[in-house]
Design a protein around this ligand. Structure first.
Ligand code: IPM
Ligand code: MN
Length: 367
């Protein structure tokens, strides 16, 4: 039997509740497909910080690095100043474990969960590849004359050739293989005639960010010839926001920098049914990746058995997929689709028609 050691950080607020349902569903899939995950629990989060004053012990990164993957529930605690846990846990792990890709699949399972008029699952089905180690998140900048009327604040976007190229390469590779060789349905006949079977859209702001996106643009153009089956496309980030609302069916795979990726994936989450279903993977293709539901810790719903665990369950599927357990991942996804379509009233917290644990039970039983 194939076994995996996975670190489990429930984290704050509803994080542990949704993580428990992800573990439950994963265990059902593990049984069916003859694999075994050994979950190793860590108590990192707001409560621990308030008790000990320590966000992550010095040994944490080194210890977590030994696992195949990490599953994270949520970070963010109402009694802890914003930024401390986000930077001290989430961003620190993303950076130090070199999880340079943030992979966010955007897939609508049922038309009624989409706020867009006349759009259904056939229109909302794309993937965002967000650069996850650089850009405005790198922490470069500083201030002068703080607290005076002459205060200056500078926050710089760091884009390295290596960082941009490795992200583009991941996105091209994903576009090339993602639909199992079947052409993406948004292609025109002239594209398929020219041998294309996928589309990769670079999302940037080449008209204003003429240093950063000049680098991205050149990297994109230079890499494209190595992927003759991938049609390349470009859109400014503001236009992408418009099209996510008007024509989400225009997108297959999107690649973008850290900040734009953060923003557009919240918008994307809304058209796929909300944060109750949106999942992401912080990927280091050569190392330890970390999977998480995209929603935060939702303090007001904590401990009430009302939060939607599907995003966490989808994150578990993404994790199994990245471990190479593609059958188990696909089985989880199809039971999610089945339960949404047959049982769940709404994807919003408190309106599902079932509690958090019951949704987990239903999905686990449908595996
Ligand atoms: C996300 C979140 C994080 C980010 C925050 C919590 C630091 O919004 O995963 O998208 O900005 O990356
Ligand atoms: Mn975000």
């Amino acid at each position: 039997m194939k076994t995996y050691d996975i670190a489990l950080i429930g984290g704050d607020g509803t994080g542990p509740e949704v993580a428990a349902e992800a573990v439950k569903v994963s265990e059902a899939a593990e049984k069916k497909f003859g694999i075994k995950i050994n979950w190793h629990k860590y108590d990192f989060g707001g409560e621990r910080y308030l008790k000990t004053g320590e966000v992550l012990p010095d040994s944490a990164v080194g210890e977590l690095r030994k696992f195949k993957a990490i599953f994270l529930g949520a970070v963010g605690h109402p009694q802890v100043k914003p930024g401390i846990l986000e930077k001290g846990i989430l961003l620190r792990l993303r950076f130090e474990l070199e999880q340079y890709i943030n992979l966010r699949p955007v897939k609508l399972y049922r038309a009624q969960d989409c706020p867009l008029k006349d759009k259904g699952p056939e229109h909302v089905d794309f993937v965002v590849v967000r650069e996850n180690n650089e850009g405005l998140y790198a922490g470069a900048g500083g201030n002068l004359f703080k607290g005076t009327p002459n205060e200056v604040a500078v926050q710089e976007s760091i884009n390295t050739r290596r960082g941009v190229d490795r992200c583009l390469k991941y996105a091209f590779e994903l576009a090339k293989r993602q639909r199992g060789g079947k052409p993406w349905k948004g292609l025109k006949s002239e594209d398929t005639g020219a041998g294309k079977n996928a589309q990769l859209t670079l999302c940037g702001k080449t008209n204003v960010l003429t240093y950063a996106f000049d680098l991205w643009w050149r990297g994109f153009q230079e890499m494209a010839p190595a992927y003759p089956t991938v049609k390349t496309d470009y859109a400014h980030v503001d236009a992408i926001c418009m099209w996510f609302v008007k024509n989400p069916e225009w997108f297959d795979v999107i690649v973008t920098d850290n900040m734009f990726g953060d923003i557009i994936t919240d918008l994307a989450a809304m058209i796929q049914g909300g944060l109750g279903v949106a999942a992401g993977g912080n990927i280091n293709p050569e190392g330890t990746s970390m999977f998480e539901p995209m929603g935060g810790s939702a303090p007001k719903y904590t401990g009430q058995n009302v939060i939607n665990p599907i995003a966490a369950i989808n994150a578990a599927a993404l994790m199994l997929d990245s471990l190479g357990e593609t059958k188990a991942a696909a089985a989880i996804e199809s039971s999610v689709v089945k339960i949404i379509n047959t049982k769940i009233q709404s994807l919003a917290a408190g309106k599902m028609g079932y509690g958090t644990r019951e949704v987990g039970d239903l999905i686990a039983a449908a595996i």
